[in-house]
Design a binder for this molecule. Structure first.
Ligand SMILES: *Cc1c(COP(=O)(O)O)cnc(C)c1O
Length: 237
């Protein structure tokens, strides 16, 4: 019988191999890419098993789960990657050091207040909508969240000027049903324009289980992997 620990070990090895190969193909060093394990819906025992396998960065997409798990593994870097209501900013800031999903000035303001109150510095990534680069989404009008590329400079300026926040770069989810290469190439352009105004904003959070190779090819510095590491999710009720 295979234990969960063995299963996770095999998954981490496979993921490492995928990342390594993608880096090689892109002519990039392995250490340019950080693996963020997205542990949503999975128990804290899985998080601990991943820590034993060398994972250092973990992400959650709901404040409830973040606050339930993070205190058990304070040695990890906790990332928040989901849609965030401003009123939950304080809790997220308490438990996470990076928020990947800043998508409006009012949220930046709430995070800033929370960071000041918690006496922390929070690294903020701007979530960028890539629907303009994906024909399918553009056609259906479906969005996977984020600000339009044209609105990035204004939000960036707000974050850069806010107490307690550090502008870290960009994050995106590739549009459903279209070529992730095109989307991530677009994100790379958005990221380099951002960097020309804010030199320290050098993170590109892109790539999930289905498209990490395309993301690494186009400059991702952080890949967010759930299913490849932990298996199929059962939706939370
Ligand atoms: C769930 C989630 C991921 C991980 O997706 P997988 O396809 O399971 O790798 C990445 N980013 C965000 C924002 C998520 O919500």
């Amino acid at each position: 019988m295979t234990s969960r620990a063995d299963e996770l070990r095999a998954n981490v090895e496979q993921v490492e191999e995928r990342i390594e190969k993608a880096c090689q193909a892109a002519g990039r060093a392995r250490d340019e890419v950080t693996l963020v394990a997205i542990t949503k819906t999975f128990p804290i025992s899985d998080v601990r098993a991943l820590v034993d396998l060398g994972v250092t960065d973990v992400g959650e997409n709901r404040e409830q789960e973040l606050k339930a798990k993070a205190p058990d593994c304070p040695e990890l870097h906790w990332h928040f990657v989901g849609q965030l209501q401003s009123k939950k900013s304080r809790s997220v800031v308490r438990h996470a050091s990076v928020v990947h999903s800043v998508d409006r000035p009012s949220l930046a303001e709430a995070l800033s207040k929370a960071a000041v109150a918690e006496e922390k510095t929070v690294r903020c990534l701007i979530q960028v909508s890539l629907s303009a680069y994906g024909s399918a989404d553009a056609a259906t009008g479906a969005s996977r969240g984020g600000v339009e590329p044209v609105d990035v400079p204004e939000l960036a300026a707000a974050i850069a000027a806010a107490d307690g926040l550090e502008l870290g770069g960009v994050m995106a989810v590739a549009p459903l049903g279209s070529d992730p290469e095109k989307a991530f190439a677009g994100l790379r352009d958005v990221a380099s324009r951002l960097r020309s105004d804010h030199a320290g904003a050098d993170w590109i959070s892109a790539g999930m289980t289905g498209d990490l190779e395309a993301a690494i090819k186009h400059g991702a510095t952080h890949v967010r992997l759930g299913r490849a590491l932990l298996g199929t999710r059962t939706p939370l009720g």
